[in-house]
Design a protein around this ligand. Sequence first.
Ligand SMILES: Cc1ncc(C[n+]2csc(CCOP(=O)(O)OP(=O)(O)O)c2C)c(N)n1
Length: 506
Amino acid sequence: MCAGSCGPGNLHLINGLFDCHRNRVPVLAIAAQVPSREIGSSYFQETHPEHLFKDCSYYCELVSQAEQMPRVLGIAMRTALLRRGVAVIVIPGDVALRECPAGALSLGIEDSASLLFPSEDELRTAAEILNGARKVTILGGAGCEGAHAELIAVAERLKGPIVHALRGKEFIEYDNPYDVGMTGLVGFASGYAAMKNCDALLMLGTDFPYRAFYPEHAKIAQIDVRPEALGNRCSLNLGLLGTVKDTLQDVLPAIREKTDSSHLDDALADYKKARKDLDALAESGPHSKLIHPQYVTRLVSELATDDAIFTCDVGTPIIWTARYLKVNGRRRIVGSFNHGSMANAMLQAIGAQAAYPQRQVISMSGDGGFSMMMGDFITLTQMGLPVKVIVLNNGTLGFVEMEMKASGFLDTACDLKNPNFALMAEAMGVRGIRVEQPQELKSAIQAALAHKGPALVDVVSARQELAMPPKTTLDQAYHFGMFTMKAVLDGRAGELIDLAKVNLSR
Ligand SMILES: Cc1ncc(C[n+]2csc(CCOP(=O)(O)OP(=O)(O)O)c2C)c(N)n1
């Protein structure tokens, strides 16, 4: 639940509400409105929140009479809980202060535990598709929450590798002998290959957006609780409306055990190789001079508690978190994975820590992301929230710099002139530690995590990191060629050579 005062006050809610709505988080937001008699006169601070928040909510209504309130509140809460998204109530201050008549209609805020099941026929068709294919791959997303055992049982029977979308990582990757990594722009080659090489794809609780990563010729069956997700990204042979857990339980008895495990074995071998290559990048030698973000993330993962909540900023922190943070079924990872709003990590950490005061909460922040919402850092002191902020201080809007280069542009306006974030933290009443040498990193992270109150570690990290998509296409090669030529013409060949040296030396 959140609330904002008139006009600019509640406008501040908008990016967070978009994020929650797209992440399917139930939220009730109250947006104040100017006095009711002034609405429509361009009054001081007047906006129309019922229009502004329409796109990021399932329910968004103006309350103009006190007697509307109990009923509208009930509808808003029910909508947020059952449709899993945002509901907004807009209310002028004068209406909010009025007495609600005793007899005003109130219909409650009942939640519902009803379940949704596919029909027998549909379950039979699903089993036919899976039994009829030689190579089945499973793609899972956030809808797999709570269905770990069923997922493993189905994969075992199908001898099917499990690929996950980013939001599925925390529910799928742990204790999973069928895990072959993530797919997508920041995913692993093994996840990509397992999707492309199958005869049948089973999509579970995912609306994975990148169409180029779906197989071209496989049969596809999808299970989701949201009708609008079925067939949203690829043409389906079958769409099943139901929860992943219950539907898998129902379909499992009809799935025949496969004897040929060659598809799984190939995918696991691919994954092992991809993992080995990635893990090699997360090492730091005794004489290393640069601090690589892979190493930072690996250390944070090793040193954090078993039930820590991690948030990660949009930008390269997402990539390092997806690749190097170990999950275990109790740790949580929160990010702006659907909306893609920068500067999310510290703000989500504030919310997570307020909701779970006893758990360790760690924000993996980019320097651009952290600076963008730096004013809210003071909230940690103000509200006594012991959040630990790890700033990957690479001096650039790195993800965008990389995108520009990959598209054949010389990067422009990406450089960041950062302060010493640790000194700034100290000035704001937060324990601040700056790290410039890889040898100092472990003890710095340990000290920050052991600190009772909020702490920030300002990690001066390597700027040039290769975080490429799994497959270099001809198009990308062309862009890279153009980029190289422009760099030479602009007299920036030296930078290009430095970039190549750094990446080749690793
Ligand atoms: C509000 C917002 N503005 C701009 C972007 C585009 N964008 C995505 S990542 C990024 C750079 C992030 O930089 P930083 O936080 O320093 O992390 P880095 O990629 O360097 O690790 C930008 C500008 C966005 N996603 N959201």
